[in-house]
Design a protein around this ligand. Structure first.
Ligand code: 5GP
Length: 138
């Protein structure tokens, strides 16, 4: 399907709407999920215009996963988390709600996960986690 550049993550990438960012370079952005399924829920997105993982050029996929690993390490350090769920939903049928490919990093046991994209988080609390993750990335 053709990429729709009006999706919410495309707007975040263009700076049209705010996001609590923890990492950015010329190819990837990582920011906090607005409706976290657990404390520290972070999203990592490639800047390439791709709706699903299957649309993403292999080079961008390879680079993005390196940043996923880097941010995951920072989350573990920042939140002293014992495990991280890496979730990637490709396609509406799989539950994808934002049509720009993204990787969820959820520092939680899978048994404690909240429901997906359901409840708005406390944005001040989320900012606090972002600061800790940024410090661990520095
Ligand atoms: P998906 O369902 O596509 O795998 O995940 C989309 C994620 O984006 C959900 O976890 C949802 O909470 C999050 N989300 C939706 N809208 C926004 C937003 O405007 N800002 C941020 N930071 N996250 C969002």
């Amino acid at each position: 399907m053709a990429y729709n550049d009006q999706n919410i993550f495309a707007k975040i990438l263009r700076g049209e709407i705010p996001a609590i960012k923890v990492y950015e370079d010329d190819r990837v952005l990582a920011f906090m999920d607005i409706m976290p399924q657990a404390d520290g829920h972070t999203l990592v997105i490639p800047k390439a215009q791709a709706e699903t993982l299957l649309d993403l050029p292999a080079e961008d996929a390879a680079y993005t996963i390196q940043i996923v690993q880097k941010v995951a390490r920072a989350i573990e350090t920042a939140l002293s988390s014992k495990g991280i769920v890496l979730m990637q939903l490709s396609g509406e049928a799989a539950g994808q709600t934002v049509p720009h490919v993204h990787f969820h990093l959820i520092p939680s046991s899978v048994h404690k996960l909240g429901r997906h994209a359901t409840e708005m988080g406390d944005q001040e609390k989320i900012k606090g986690f972002a600061e800790k993750i940024k410090a661990a990335l520095a």
